[in-house]
Design a protein. Sequence first.
Length: 118
Amino acid sequence: QLQLVESGGGLVQPGGSLRLSCAASGLAFDEYAVGWFRQAPGKEREGVSCLARTGRGTNYADSVKTRFTISRDSTKNTVYLQMNSLNPEDTAVYYCAARRRGGTFAYWGQGTQVTVSS
């Protein structure tokens, strides 16, 4: 069973940066593609970024493109989401999730709160 734990959220001023971490334990993390999702109050959960199992393919939501960067450190079984130029619209609970090749995102972390406010 794959277990995911997010960390790195917090309160940041507009224009600031945060780096979220998604640490995995259990099964071989490199066999999984990993995605970051977020859910703001009163809104549906949306996909933010995804990193392929190989670590070479990435994609981003239009709203975060050029500001967020997803990466993986296989030696630490951790995936990161570097978030720059944050604005209040980025306020949400951020979740990481993992899926095997051809599967759905079946493994989820508990989420970490990101609040962008002055």
